[in-house]
Design a protein around this ligand. Structure first.
Ligand code: FES
Length: 259
């Protein structure tokens, strides 16, 4: 079980990675989080009220690892935390990718993981989770704004590396120049698991609907309580508003109504 906890936890490593992002590792002696789940995190001496929702990118048996972009006060404060300092965390929260595996047809086709930017984080952990119980057959499509060698290296050094890795960059500095959604034929896959911007997820969802390929997405949303109480993270779906934090963050893309 991965019951949620809250409190101050010790930073064991904090290192810059690509393009304004950093990798934060925090000691975690509780049950392992599930792939797809997230924590609300803020610096232990933060001036901000709310923690940022950050998906788990890796769990090494001792610490949970997060890939975070410096984009506001809360994440800048997190970027400045040093080993031995504390962060406040609430989690693990939400559902997991594996809740949707039984909706993936066994048709001999591989899976495809499709990410934009740091959207690769929860998919990296999903591969680790799958690799712990089988040898998944999958292709990884990773779109970045510019060459991101450390993130790309995390994909190629997964315990089971992808049979095929396709990288695109907006500026052409690595892989194909362009957007990742132009690089994929979704009909070639048993199912698509995707995380990135809402625009990217919508594009993937539309392509999958046309091809009849099951598609599961991790939705990005503003969050406050993180536990389903404030209704501040609504995701529109065909069966009404769902709470991203408690009913998601992973959803069947064909049930989500994109703006
Ligand atoms: S953040 Fe409060 S209900 Fe989701």
């Amino acid at each position: 079980m991965s019951g949620k906890q809250s409190g101050l936890y010790t930073v064991v490593a904090n290192k810059p990675i690509d393009d304004g992002a950093f990798r934060l590792a925090v000691a975690w002696e509780n049950a392992p989080p599930r792939a797809g789940q997230f924590f609300l995190i803020k610096s232990g001496r933060s001036s901000v009220l709310l923690g940022r929702p950050i998906s788990v990118a890796h769990y090494d048996g001792y610490a949970v690892h997060f890939l975070i972009m410096k984009i506001g006060t809360g994440t800048k404060e997190l970027a400045e935390t040093r080993e031995g300092e504390t962060v406040f965390m609430l989690g693990p929260l939400g559902n997991g990718w594996s809740d949707f595996l039984d909706r993936t047809p066994q048709n001999g086709k591989p899976l495809a993981f499709v990410s934009g930017g740091l959207g690769c984080a929860p998919l990296l952990y999903f591969v680790e989770e799958l690799a712990a119980r089988s040898s998944p057959s999958f292709h990884f499509y990773a779109g970045f704004s510019t060459a991101s060698p450390k993130l790309t290296g995390m994909i190629t050094s997964l315990p089971v590396p992808p049979q095929k890795l396709i990288v695109t960059t907006d500026d052409g500095s690595d892989g194909e120049k362009g957007v990742i959604t132009d690089a994929i034929d979704v009909g070639a896959y048993a199912a698509i698991f995707s995380c990135g911007t809402t625009a990217m997820l919508k594009a993937v969802a539309v392509m999958c609907a046309k091809a009849g390929t099951p598609c599961f997405i991790s939705a990005e949303n503003h969050m406050a309580c993180g536990v389903g109480a404030c209704l501040g993270c609504a995701v529109k779906t065909v069966s009404g508003n769902k709470r991203c934090c408690a009913d998601g963050p992973v959803f069947n893309a064909q049930e989500v109504i994109f703006a």
